[in-house]
Design a binder for this molecule. Structure first.
Ligand code: HEM
Length: 359
């Protein structure tokens, strides 16, 4: 089964790449869909006045967590970026070089987005007129939209091969327009919302009833976007996805259906218990895993990975294996420890200390 049907070094890098990419996809979904939600809310508030209490609670939660989520999305993007370079050195670097300044613009755009996120979180910002708040929220969404578009554009260019690369080079354009881009980007964008709804259900329990509608609409829209994209890609890619990727296709479909079932149940009984929430989270992560692996099979239908087998074997033979395992275990342990500390209930305030502080 893919990726274990590959030679050991290639399978090793593919597993690490796909596993770490999944870690990027979860916070990236939160940031992309969350910024869209805030931008839409900003436009709505400017045109029609204040929204209902649950939506205000969701917006407050998003504004509060967004800078943190962005830092996780960026940090979690580094590991797959490294494995990607080992796996697809030539296509990846070629696409980077052809897009050059346009590609590197991701960095300043992310810095601007970070600053705007902190501005959006500040108390002063909340006191500003609705139109000003809307402009900032729309600005943040544009930044993330640009970054998502850039990753899709770069990815597609990397899979297109010599002829397209030469054409892109001779034309010298800053952008790469590709027939597959709109449907693919739309799928990433729409598909980010069910994950956002799941995370928000943990984060803002008071708004769960409103999240049901968002989640169900987003799941239906993701299914439509998935079918449109699937029908748009070449027949060879479709058959690769079905024949080699059926376990992941099943996983993705089960994950989507599982989320729809939990949200529908929550809507009927008007409650989302901790057990249901855990099931919802597992379904969302399984769906993301399925999509992440299918995405790779789409790439493999365009790139001949066998041409890079020797490079993978060479990279795996360089050494540092034990150091890698040691650092992996050390960092996993540290992360688990930090999560345990963060999950501890907050300490009761000490009245004596509080009194002495007031004195
Ligand atoms: C918060 C801003 C970001 C957004 C919205 C975002 C969005 C995306 C999207 C939509 C894709 C999928 C592209 C496709 O399959 O068509 C993607 C892939 C990826 N992203 Fe991010 N990304 C962000 C930041 C980053 C950063 C800062 C890094 C690196 C440090 C990163 C690393 C990656 C990697 C390695 C991939 C896989 C690319 C490939 O396999 O061709 N991302 N990202």
């Amino acid at each position: 089964m893919f990726p274990f049907d590959q030679p050991t070094p290639t399978a090793f890098y593919l597993v690490l790449y796909l596993g770490t990419l999944l870690l990027h996809v979860v916070p990236m979904n939160y940031v992309l869909a969350g910024s869209s939600y805030l931008a839409l809310l900003g436009v709505w508030e400017t045109a029609r006045g204040q929204v209902s209490e649950p939506h205000r609670a969701i917006a407050a939660g998003l504004r509060d967590w967004m800078p943190f989520a962005l830092s996780i999305a960026i940090t979690a993007g580094v590991a797959p970026l490294l494995f990607l370079q080992v796996l697809y050195k030539e296509p990846f670097y070629t696409a980077n070089l052809l897009l050059l300044h346009r590609w590197m613009a991701i960095l300043p755009i992310l810095i601007v987005a970070f600053y705007l996120l902190y501005l959006q979180k500040s108390k002063r910002f909340v006191a500003r007129p609705a139109a000003v708040r809307m402009l900032v929220s729309v600005g943040i969404f544009c930044c993330f939209g640009f970054v998502a578009w850039s990753w899709t554009e770069n990815h597609l260019l990397s899979t297109r091969g010599q002829e397209v690369w030469i054409e892109q080079y001779t034309q010298g354009g800053w952008f790469y327009g590709d027939w597959e881009l709109p449907a693919r980007l739309a799928l990433w964008w729409v598909g980010a919302f069910p994950m956002l709804a799941m995370i928000l259900a943990w984060q803002v329990p008071a708004a769960r009833a409103s999240l049901v509608r968002l989640a169900l609409v987003a799941l239906a829209a993701s299914a439509v976007a998935g079918v449109v994209y699937f029908l748009q890609i070449p027949a060879a890619a479709r058959s690769q996805i079905v024949s080699r990727g059926w376990p992941y296709l099943t996983l993705g479909l089960l994950g989507g259906a599982g989320q729809a079932a939990v949200w529908t149940l929550a809507w009927r009984v008007r409650e989302l218990t901790a057990g249901l929430l855990a099931g919802l989270s597992a379904a969302a992560v399984l769906a993301a895993l399925g999509v992440t692996v299918l995405r790779e099979l789409r790439r493999l239908s365009a790139i001949d990975i066998t041409a890079y087998y020797d490079q993978h074997a060479e990279a795996a033979g360089v050494g540092g294996w034990w150091l890698f395992v040691l650092l992996l275990l050390m960092n996993a342990g540290l992360i688990a420890w930090v999560i345990r500390i963060a999950c501890r209930p907050a300490a009761e305030p000490n009245p004596q200390k509080a009194n002495s502080a007031t004195e």
